[in-house]
Design a protein around this ligand. Structure first.
Ligand code: S3P
Length: 455
């Protein structure tokens, strides 16, 4: 059932909230825990729909995955060891999760088993050829819609997986991770060359579980990641940082509301994820990464954001896109309130996320009274400067959590309340978003259905 929500003018946001655990790291913790020998304890796991689907999948592959009763939100995974996965006796439904399905396809490709994957209407539209192409080289076979490029899709894993060397044609941590996970089952060294570096959680976590992973710089700014196959992964405890991609929403909301001061403790600040924070600072935001430290092999810090300062438009270079790929919708909202023009280059990948985010953002901002253009893979937003954008529109979430949250944030600071047709997708990555935001001072509430056709 869709849950329409309306977000109206908010009081200044004040307080400290712990945003949920990192989605990327949570998927990987469950998968590597399931492939390790022994018991992995995970603290701070994101208990969102996407990750719960991966937990269910790992159970279907024979691992034991349980939430410990009465122990904060600690989870334990008893792994089956590399090569030890069982063949699932039913279709694996990954819901809305691109990361879940693509990483799991890599895992199956390196095992002598067959698994059939599907997902929701959004995931069934998303391209899978980017993972099947390298996994075919590993020795896996695929049967699926669109000539094997779309879910539902059957993966016949390789009986004898081959170690490959693969150069990523698109900057994608999901593809890199799928190849490395398949490489766990192959004898010899699997290498992924990424011309533009992407988030390195897989590399870090594989090393944390005892695999040999070497990372080398390649000319032109890229990296080569080499994994020695057939390691024995040893169970290792994980502490999941708060998700910087979720922290982005209360952070930008606080920036847009004068008098706000919000602290978000323990947020992941992995250098391949921090592009939004850098960009917001360039725009003049009062945003401090306090108390930097390590937690479970990942850098974290407490994010302190103060609102009310003038933001100014900036140009965001294409090279920064992999470091903030999920943050463009909320950056575009911040840009709508800024003084001057913000130009964001290199956004082709936004077209193949949970929705076509380039068009979702452009259409949504336009109906909220913001001048916006798309030229090729460049998005330009004309900030309204002194006066906030009009808002007052109905926005279609398009099964996309980040579109839903971005426009709720816009509604908090716009002149008129903004409505989204469905808040349900927010559960995939940020359960508790509405009460947490309202606890800080927002006013987001259920809306009556069908008042206006969403754009
Ligand atoms: C992710 C990588 C990114 C990102 C996604 C999570 C990951 O996708 O958009 O939300 O966990 O590896 P791509 O690597 O496909 O760009």
């Amino acid at each position: 059932m869709p849950t329409p929500l309306i977000s109206g003018t908010s009081a200044p946001l004040r307080g400290t909230i712990r945003v949920p655990g990192d989605k990327s790291i949570s998927h990987r913790a469950l998968i590597l825990g399931g492939l390790a020998v022994g018991r992995t304890r995970i603290e701070g796991l994101l208990e969102g729909e996407d990750v719960l689907r991966t937990a269910a999948a790992m159970r279907a592959f024979g691992a034991s995955v349980e939430r410990l009763p009465g122990d904060g939100n600690a989870w334990v995974v008893d792994g089956v060891g590399i090569g030890g996965l069982a063949e699932p006796d039913d279709v694996i439904d990954c819901g809305n999760a691109g990361t879940g399905v693509r990483l799991l396809m890599g895992v199956v490709a390196g095992h002598p088993i067959t698994a059939i994957f599907t997902g929701d209407a959004s995931l069934r539209r998303r391209p899978m050829a980017r993972v099947t192409a390298p996994l075919l080289q590993v020795g896996a076979r695929f049967v699926g819609r669109n000539g094997g490029q779309s879910l539902p899709l059957a993966v016949v894993g390789a009986a004898e997986p081959m170690p490959i060397s693969y150069r990523l044609p698109v900057p994608s941590a999901q593809v890199k991770s799928a190849v490395l996970l398949a490489g766990l089952g192959a004898p010899g060294v699997t290498t992924v060359i990424e011309p533009q570096p992407t988030r390195d959680h897989s590399e870090r976590m594989l090393a944390h579980f005892g695999a040999q992973v070497a990372v080398e710089a390649v000319t032109g700014g890229g990296r080569a990641v080499a994994l020695v196959g057939q390691p024995e992964l040893r169970a290792a405890d994980i502490v999941v940082p708060a998700d910087p991609s979720s922290a982005a929403f209360p952070a930008v909301a606080a920036l847009l509301l004068p008098g706000s001061e919000v602290t978000l403790p323990g947020v992941g600040v992995n250098p391949f994820r921090d592009g939004l924070f850098e960009t917001l600072r360039e725009m003049g935001a009062d945003l401090v990464l306090a108390n930097p430290r390590e937690a479970g092999g990942e850098p974290v810090a407490d994010l302190v954001v103060r609102g009310g300062g003038r933001l100014k438009g900036v140009t965001v270079p294409a090279e920064r896109a992999p470091r903030m790929i999920d943050e463009y919708p909320i950056l575009a909202v911040a840009a709508a309130f800024a003084q001057g023009r913000t130009v964001m280059h290199g956004l082709a990948e936004l077209r193949v996320k949970e929705s076509d985010r380039l068009s979702a953002v452009a259409q949504g901002l336009a109906v909220c009274g913001v001048a916006v253009t798309i030229e090729g893979d460049t998005l330009t937003v004309e900030g309204t400067g002194g006066a906030p954008p009009e808002g007052g529109a109905a926005i279609a979430s398009r099964l996309d959590h980040r579109i839903a949250m971005s426009f709720l944030v816009l509604g908090m600071a716009a002149r008129q309340p903004t409505r989204i047709d469905d808040g349900e997708p927010i559960q995939t990555s940020f359960p508790g978003f509405v009460p947490l935001m309202n606890g800080l001072g927002a006013s987001i509430a259920p809306a009556a259905d069908g008042e206006e056709e969403p754009s």
